[in-house]
Design a protein around this ligand. Structure first.
Ligand SMILES: Nc1ncnc2c1ncn2[C@@H]1O[C@H](COP(=O)(O)OP(=O)(O)OP(=O)(O)O)[C@@H](O)[C@H]1O
Length: 324
């Protein structure tokens, strides 16, 4: 992976009605990365990416997209950054072909929409009206429209929400394919499995701040209890022996079964303990913690205050501050 940042966000701040939605967020996205923005509801993910897109004006901080200021150099930014449309932005009666032709006309050097439609499996839907497309087909069209201007970067926000597992997996393959074609992807998601599978690095945003920024594996490693070991011992193990295990994050003894979380060191020490005490472990399982576990660990103090505020505080969702 090349190490040129194509997106730079530093000390970004944005408040709505005096309440901070984004509070000193900083990160950089390197060329060719799939960079994930992950966080609970109301964490400030959409506000952050809308500042990157130039749809919101930051209160403070600096945002650059390939060196451009997305607010003051909006037109130039739109040429390098493709953003996914919201469903409401496309007319129901427009056919897939019309939508592709219309959006291609916005750019001086658009991609040829025919191979793009082919790549996204839309060729046999060209004459179908937008309103008649399935959720997965609509998402594929949105991806096509985000890519039609041949951007270096594409922003995809909650792309697979509402899709069935098959369509979600197909969309993941498309995103990998987009990256393989050299496009940098900024992906906002709620889905841990999606983030774990696709993202090179993830910024976990919580209450308007970056709670952690790392690779998916790094986030898992840094959360307490990255490895889980469970077994049913042939005779009860001594609690003090279990509690003395190195790097132990948690221990539970339930219905004769022991479940421990910790690190590889914990696992090795359990095996030594079993051998030393001549105890047999039945149904021994060692599993990795998932990004889900890490996410809960990293955002565990989150309350839904921000979400509650949002229910009363939304003022301009339909009209973005900086018009496209
Ligand atoms: N236009 C607005 N006016 C007032 N408050 C807003 C506006 N947009 C967002 N907010 C509030 O700012 C906070 C962050 O919202 P944002 O949409 O950025 O979060 P998010 O992480 O994308 O959430 P979700 O996952 O629920 O979409 C929330 O409390 C939200 O209610």
């Amino acid at each position: 992976m090349a190490s040129t940042p194509v997106i730079e966000v530093s000390d970004l701040r944005k408040s709505y009605g005096g309440r901070p939605a984004v509070d000193r967020v900083s990160f950089t996205v390197e060329e060719g990365e799939i960079f994930g923005v992950l966080g609970p509801n109301g964490a400030g993910k959409t506000t952050t990416v809308e500042c990157v897109e130039g749809l919101r004006v930051p209160d403070a901080g600096r945002v650059r997209v390939t060196g451009l200021d997305p607010v003051t150099e909006h037109a130039a930014t739109r040429r390098v950054l493709g953003a996914q449309l919201q469903e409401s932005e496309l007319q129901a009666k427009l056919t897939v072909r019309e939508a592709l032709e219309l959006y291609a006309a916005f750019y001086t050097r658009p991609l040829d929409w025919r191979p793009l439609a082919e790549r996204l499996g839309l060729t046999d839907k060209l004459t179908t009206r937008f309103a008649k497309l399935s959720g997965g087909q609509k998402q594929r069209l949105f991806i096509a429209l985000a890519l039609i201007g041949n951007p270096r970067i594409v922003v995809l926000d909650e792309l697979t929400t509402g899709l069935d597992p098959r369509a979600r997996r197909d969309t993941w393959e498309l995103i990998e394919d987009i990256r393989a074609n050299g496009v940098t992807v900024l992906l906002v998601t709620h889905f841990m499995e999606e983030a774990q599978r696709l993202c090179d690095r993830i910024a976990v945003i919580d209450k308007g701040r970056v709670a952690a920024l790392d690779t998916p594996a790094g986030l898992i490693r840094r959360s307490a209890g990255a490895t889980v070991i469970s077994f049913t011992p042939s005779t009860r193990l001594d609690d003090s022996d279990l509690n003395a295990l190195p790097a132990l994050a948690s221990v539970e003894y339930k219905d004769g079964r022991v479940t421990l979380s910790g690190t590889d060191e914990t696992v090795n020490a359990v095996i030594t303990l079993l051998a030393r005490t001549h105890v047999t472990a039945h149904q021994l399982r060692v599993t990795d913690a998932t990004l889900d576990d890490a996410f809960l660990d990293l955002t565990k103090d989150a309350t839904d205050d921000t979400t509650k505020d949002g229910a009363n505080g939304d003022t301009d969702d339909a009209t973005k501050e900086a018009a496209a």
